[in-house]
Each structure stands twice: as structure tokens, then as C-alpha cells.
Design a protein around this ligand. Structure first.
Ligand SMILES: [Fe+2]
Length: 163
């Protein structure tokens, strides 16, 4: 699927997320020790990659999207709810690891959730965002990724609201 260049980096991260989701689902059927190792890799992936990815979506992409849709827009709500569920999955897996419990059930659920969430964003959310946002808003998302903005709290303001 052709992505607007501003969303390309997020889409590339989705690809890595799908690889991780596959590893999680495989680990759910593995021996307990291998599953525990996969759980530790997932927690590290979650800290390194998911956190900054979610931050861009929640702090930039979704606020711009929310300029174009009602406050209770289902795509907006689903994205946020699934981000919370994925964070909760990491929390549960971390707790199970600490207690020396079997993580396989939770790994399988996390793998399904991550896979379905990424498919949803790629097939529904991102195409809708590309259609609704104007060029300045899309570029602001890419600028945020490169550390250039948007500077809502200080410095240059974000692009003017279309409303
Ligand atoms: Fe995403």
C-alpha cells in the first residue's frame, strides 16, 4: 500500500511490530523457558519501540485526526483503547515473569492483539488519516518524528486548524 511519506516511518515500524507479533504467537506454543526468553524480548521491544511509536500516534497523529472527526470517532477510540490494552499486556507479562509464572497464554493474546491492531491501523486508520489531513498536518507528523515539531507548547505553533 502506498503511504504518504509522512506516515512511512510509522508504517515501517508497523512492519517490525508484525514480526514481533509473529514471534509472540510462536512463543505461546514453545517450551516455558523459550517463552520466557521471548517475553523478555517483547518487554525490551515494548520499551524501545512501542513507547515512542505510540507517543507519536497519541500526541501528534490522533490530535490532528481529531480535528476532522467527532470526539467519539470509532477509529480514534479503537486506536487508544488498543494502545492501552497493549501496554497492559506488557504489564501483565512483566508481572508474570517477575513471579516466575507461565507467560505463554499472555504472550499468545499479546501477539494476536498486536497483529490485529497493526492491521487495523494500516488498513483503516492510516488511509482515513491520509484522506482527511492536509499537507501541513501530515508534514507535522513527520517533523515530530525527526524532532522538529510540532511545537505546541513552545516555539513555532502547529499548522492552523482547518475548522
Ligand atoms: Fe501504530
Amino acid at each position: 500500500m502506498k503511504r504518504h511519506e509522512s506516515l512511512r516511518e510509522l508504517s515501517q515500524e508497523h512492519h517490525l511490530g508484525l514480526v514481533e507479533a509473529r514471534a509472540l504467537r510462536r512463543a505461546a506454543a514453545a517450551e516455558p523457558q523459550a517463552a520466557a526468553a521471548a517475553a523478555r524480548r517483547f518487554l525490551s521491544f515494548s520499551e524501545r519501540a512501542l513507547t515512542s511509536h505510540f507517543r507519536t500516534e497519541e500526541e501528534v497523529l490522533l490530535p490532528y485526526w481529531s480535528r476532522h472527526v467527532p470526539a467519539d470517532d470509532p477509529l480514534l477510540a479503537r486506536t487508544l483503547v488498543e494502545h492501552v490494552r497493549l501496554r497492559r499486556a506488557a504489564l501483565e507479562i512483566g508481572g508474570q515473569l517477575d513471579r516466575g509464572e507461565d507467560v505463554r497464554g499472555e504472550l499468545g493474546r499479546a501477539g494476536e492483539l498486536l497483529h490485529d491492531h497493526i492491521r487495523f491501523e494500516e488498513r483503516e486508520l492510516f488511509p482515513a488519516v491520509e484522506q482527511a489531513l492536509d499537507e501541513a498536518e501530515l508534514l507535522a507528523i513527520a517533523a515530530r518524528r525527526s524532532g522538529d515539531g510540532p511545537r505546541c507548547a513552545a516555539g513555532a505553533p502547529p499548522p492552523r486548524s482547518p475548522a
